[in-house]
Design a binder for this molecule. Structure first.
Ligand SMILES: [Zn+2]
Length: 48
């Protein structure tokens, strides 16, 4: 049984957030800064 490239295909394609340059899943809100499509849709609690 040869192992296919399933593991590669399962990897999520990450995009780079234009706001904070953190990797995030496309069509999802950036978990780092809460931006989505150029708007902040989530309030990320700042440290401190
Ligand atoms: Zn971000």
């Amino acid at each position: 049984m040869r192992r296919a490239y399933n593991s590669v295909l399962k990897l999520p394609q990450l995009s780079t957030c234009p706001q904070c340059a953190a990797p995030y899943i496309p069509h999802r809100v950036c978990p780092a800064c809460g931006y989505y499509r150029g708007r902040q849709v989530l309030t990320v609690v700042a440290e401190g």
